[in-house]
Design a protein around this ligand. Structure first.
Ligand code: XMP
Length: 317
């Protein structure tokens, strides 16, 4: 019978056998899958696992610091790389969603490849691939598509020539969470909403600037913190704020304002393929809206997305 404990035991033994004394590099994203894969590998090979966590400047507010910190507490051998400006430079002036994704994918590969080169004699690339990723689902717009389109242009980056080790590739998401729990991983990491690889860049419609990212991070943090304190975060499959490139008129005291709009999105779903918008309580929406408008400079209006997938998608880009 499959149990998290038996899976952990056999997987650690198999990883030891397979990888031996070789070194492995693995990119952590802060998400469930890469975290569980890293902890399993860490149990099997210890400091020979070299984790890399890239700050692309498109993460949620304070997420880079918090996630890096919790990984360090888990004892992982991890290197954080601040690459914010490389991503912002690559994104400057781009407003087409697919061009934005490609630019982010390209810079990520460059940054990761540089970091992987610093690990002497590395033989393996560790990945948090899970079973549904293999049978192709979750995201048609996902990073693998970006990576593929990149390949056709240049040659393969060196890290992609490494042998691949994927300890979770027989598991479904709920099994990954159970394994993570049995491994003692922080429930905050295990219970996280899915977050797209291109991050806030695809939640800022049109061109991305560091200023817009900062505004969206503030609004999104107010939103997510309120979902948590109201006790609905775990009932929502995915939530996030979106920065709309629309200005509207408002009043603040005696002053007329002309500022941007934030849209709130929250969906219920099983796998992201279809989704319904969440019927969040009005008093919660009211509180979030007030807090955002009163505290986030540059925003004077908040709207709520009541579209389901299909025909809308979860992300706006
Ligand atoms: P859509 O917008 O297609 O999103 O309804 C479905 C799920 O996929 C995520 N998503 C992405 N994930 N890279 C990712 O890693 C992407 O480019 C991407 N686009 C969408 C989205 O957040 C949702 O969970």
């Amino acid at each position: 019978d499959w149990t998290p404990d038996s899976f952990i035991e056999t997987t650690i033994a198999a990883l030891k056998e397979k990888v031996g004394d070789d070194k492995v590099v693995l990119g952590l994203s802060g998400g469930v899958d890469s975290s569980v894969a890293a902890v399993l590998l860490h149990h099997a090979i210890g400091a020979n696992l070299h984790c890399i966590f890239v700050d692309n400047g498109l993460l949620r507010k304070d997420e880079y610091e918090q996630v890096l910190d919790s990984y360090k507490h888990m004892g992982l051998n991890i290197k954080g790389i601040d690459a914010k400006n490389r991503f912002y430079d690559a994104l400057a002036g781009l407003s087409d969603p697919e061009k934005k994704r490609k630019a982010i994918g390209r810079v990520f590969i460059e940054v990761f490849d540089d970091a992987a080169h610093e690990v002497q004699d590395v033989k393996w690339l560790g990945q948090g691939t899970i079973y549904p990723d293999i049978i192709e689902s979750v995201s048609v717009k996902g990073p693998s598509a970006t990576i593929k389109s990149h390949h056709n242009v240049g040659g393969l980056p060196d890290f992609m020539k490494l042998k691949v080790v994927e300890p979770l590739n027989t598991l479904f998401k709920d099994e990954v969470r159970r394994v993570g729990k049995a491994l003692g991983i922080d429930p905050n990491i295990l219970g996280r909403h899915p977050f797209p690889g291109p991050g806030l860049a695809i939640r800022i419609l049109g061109d991305v600037t560091p200023q817009k990212v900062a505004i969206l991070q503030e609004a999104d943090a107010i939103y997510i913190n309120n979902l948590r304190s109201y006790g609905v975060y775990d009932k929502v499959w995915q939530a996030g704020a979106i920065f709309l490139p629309v200005q509207s008129v408002g009043v603040m005291g005696d002053e007329r304002t002309y500022e941007n709009v934030i849209c709130l999105r929250a969906v219920e779903s099983l796998d992201g393929m279809t989704a319904d918008w969440c019927h969040l309580p009005y008093d919660l929406l009211a509180k979030i809206s007030n807090e955002i408008i009163n505290n986030v400079k540059g925003i004077n209006r908040v709207v709520y997305d009541i579209s389901s997938k299909p025909p809308a998608t979860i992300e706006w880009e």
